[in-house]
Ligand binder design. Structure first.
Ligand code: SF4
Length: 76
């Protein structure tokens, strides 16, 4: 299985990725949508109920379903 994305990595820092959306920097990221998190992001490669899943912005890594980053997009 894939390792977890490291929130301290440069990619995570650039995207504002956190493992829990509650900790997203909502001052810096004014586009934060209430209730948004990785498991309901259009880029999440897991099922909405999966605790972890892939994300194309973190190749070879899993992200936390409860996580968040500034590239979050609504599932269409
Ligand atoms: Fe999570 Fe979506 Fe950001 Fe990937 S793009 S880290 S699934 S919020």
């Amino acid at each position: 299985s894939m390792p977890m994305a490291d929130p301290a990595s440069s990619q995570a820092q650039m995207l504002g990725y956190v493992e829990n959306a509650a900790n997203a920097d909502k001052v810096k990221y004014k586009n934060f949508v209430a209730g948004s998190h990785c498991a309901n992001c259009g880029l999440y490669q897991g099922k909405a109920t999966d605790k972890i899943g892939g994300c194309p912005l973190f190749p070879g890594k899993n992200v936390s379903g409860e996580g968040w980053c500034s590239a979050w997009v609504k599932v269409v």
